[in-house]
Design a protein around this ligand. Structure first.
Ligand code: TTP
Ligand code: MG
Length: 586
């Protein structure tokens, strides 16, 4: 797992990385249809997961080859965030204190990794290279990517049989007769080509996992490291999941969820399989519980969603203690400056600013972050280089407003502050905005307007609107458009992001509409679930059909989705859902 932040415990829990990406092309169903009769539709996908070995360390070693044979650690603050494999052999793992690392390996070479620019560049180059092998490549953090290769694998599987897949194999290729084994074998050959290209063209070594869904591909890839690849056939799925051990090793189960599960006595994947929905109920809605249990059975209906670029750009600063607003302001000013530098390199225009804090908490070792976000008008960033200071000041002002809301005038002890921008608009800057775009933007943003302009009291346009166009509008249209923006959020959007776990939709009571009828069940997903989960879903849908009481959910049989979280569990429930669902959203 990776992300451009130092924080080791929270790497998977960055809600700034809301899935703002577009849905990508349709499933290549025609390819599936062309395969022989397929008794296991859930095996239709073919996914390669690529994880770069000791990513930051490799970037450093590429620039300074003399470091290759030395134990190397990449330091951010007082933490070694990663180390090369020579250092790992000496007991220096990922995410350990510098003091501990030096104790284990006194001759460890430490390189400062706080400037992420070169890592980000390499990450972009890797992603570009991978898109040559599939038009569907989804980036997960800095150094992981999923490739949907079903088309190429299906074509290759129809050719001359391949004796054995390159690399390691888990389970027997004879374990399923639906055709998945031939596709996975072909995908394993493709994965070998991908890794060869990474090595020859970029000098980078990597691991690959090949499976019939993202979850399994990722788990498979982690079984043999570094610089190796592993294909997971159907017959190896159960063994792999059960040997995964701690629930935390399931992609999507973050530290918070693992801790909650631990409190319920659920520590391993096997425990999670055995746990009843009632037992897991304290974790949140039925949808969340179902999603979680599905992971333990290796079910992941999530598609590979092509991503173009990082969904958020952020920086963080961790420290022992900050307990005054003035200190926060100093830190946030610096973070705002750094965010602007990164934005300059990136070139896109954000529409959302997000502030994260971590409070000191002896019991949870300060692992959990809270965050709050607000809309910012893209016009703010137009020609910002010419007025860098002003833009920095306004970002800071907005961050301070968020901070004060989070601190609620109570005493505090923070150990981390983070600032990120996200929600990048496709067309940057205000220059290109015309009236049509303006209207479209205003109507579609559907998010309560809390812009920088609110913070400063300016009479500025809603986000994304060309100030010149705004000026020219009659007052009644202006107020109508502002009203449009205040329509209220995005309850649906939130639901959708949670719903994305099962690639389906769910209606809350207020949402109404589609998604509750039997025709919406996704048979691929449903047939993979254990009978009790299937039963629970059916019951949930039935009760939703009768008009579920508040706190209950309507469940689209496509999968348990957001209603439980959005309508039932409330904000806390949504927050909890974040990490489970994160894996599938990134
Ligand atoms: P990982 O893929 O987890 O680690 P890695 O690539 O260094 O090592 P591996 O061979 O096991 O895949 O993370 C990718 C990069 O993200 C890593 O090089 C450094 C950075 N990172 C952090 O900044 N903080 C963290 O807590 C972790 C785990 C990684
Ligand atoms: Mg890696």
């Amino acid at each position: 797992m990776s992300a451009p932040f130092v924080d080791c415990a929270e790497m998977e829990d960055d809600p700034a990385e809301e899935d703002l990406a577009d849905a990508g092309p349709a499933e290549p169903e025609e390819v599936w249809r062309s395969t022989a009769a397929d008794p296991s539709p859930s095996h239709r996908r073919c996914v390669i997961h690529i994880d770069i070995d000791c990513f930051y360390a490799q970037v450093e070693m590429l620039e300074r080859p003399e470091l290759r044979d030395k134990p190397l650690g990449i330091q951010q603050k007082n933490i070694v965030v990663t180390s090369n494999y020579a250092a790992r052999a000496r007991g220096v793992g990922k995410c350990c204190l510098v003091t501990e690392a030096l104790q284990a390996c006194p001759d460890l070479v430490l390189v400062n990794g706080s400037d992420l620019t070169r890592y980000r560049r390499m990450s972009a180059r890797i992603h570009r290279l991978l898109t040559r092998f599939s038009r569907r490549v989804e980036r997960l953090g800095f150094d992981e990517n999923f490739l949907d290769v079903v088309e190429a694998a299906t074509r290759a599987a129809g050719g001359p049989p391949v004796a054995a897949p390159p690399g390691h194999a888990l389970g027997s290729a004879d374990s399923c007769s639906c055709g998945c084994s031939a596709r996975l074998t072909a995908a394993a050959s493709l994965a070998a080509d991908v890794r060869r290209a990474l090595r020859e063209e970029l000098g980078i070594t990597s691991c690959a996992g090949i499976g019939f869904n993202k979850l399994l591909a990722k788990l498979a890839g982690a079984t043999h490291k570094p610089d190796q690849q592993t294909v997971l056939f159907f017959g190896g799925v159960n063994e792999l999941l059960l040997s995964a051990g701690a629930v935390r090793s399931l992609p999507g189960v973050g530290s918070r969820t693992a801790a909650q599960l631990g409190d319920l006595g659920v520590r391993t994947t096997a425990d999670l399989r055995r746990a009843t929905p009632a037992q897991l109920r304290p974790l949140g809605s039925a949808a969340t519980v179902t999603a979680l249990r599905a992971l333990a059975f290796g079910v992941d209906p999530g598609e590979v969603k092509p991503s173009s670029a990082a969904l958020s750009i952020g920086v963080e600063d961790g420290f022992r203690r900050v307990d005054s607003v003035e200190e926060c302001e100093v830190k946030l000013r610096e973070l705002a400056r750094r965010v602007l530098v990164l934005l300059g390199e990136d070139g896109r225009t954000p529409t959302v600013l997000k502030l994260s804090i971590r409070r000191y908490n002896r019991e949870d070792y300060g692992r959990f972050r809270e965050s709050r976000q607000t809309k910012v008008p893209p016009s703010l960033f137009a020609r910002w280089r010419e007025r860098e200071r002003e833009v920095g000041d306004r970002l800071l002002a907005e961050a301070m407003v968020l901070l004060k809301k989070m601190l609620k005038d109570e005493p505090f002890h923070l150990t981390l502050l983070g600032l990120a921008v996200t929600g990048f608009s496709e067309h940057s800057g205000s220059e290109k905005a015309g009236i049509a775009r303006f209207v479209q933007k205003a109507a579609s943003s559907a998010t309560k307007r809390k812009s920088l302009d609110d913070a400063t009291g300016d009479d500025a346009p809603p986000g994304g609107v060309d100030p010149a166009v705004w000026e020219s509008l009659p007052p009644d249209i202006k107020s109508e458009l502002i009203r449009d923006q205040e329509v209220g959020p995005s309850k649906k959007q939130k639901q959708r992001s949670i719903a994305s776990f099962f690639g389906g939709s769910i209606d809350s009571k207020s949402g109404g509409g589609s998604g509750t009828g039997p025709e919406d069940w996704d048979p691929d997903v449903f047939s993979q679930l254990p009978p009790d989960i299937q039963f629970e879903l059916k019951m949930a849908r039935r009760s939703a059909g009768r008009g579920a009481p508040s706190g209950d959910k309507k469940v689209s049989p496509r999968g348990p989705t957001a209603a439980g979280a959005a309508a039932g569990a409330g904000t806390a429930g949504r927050a909890r859902n974040g990490s489970i669902l994160k894996f599938f959203k990134k």
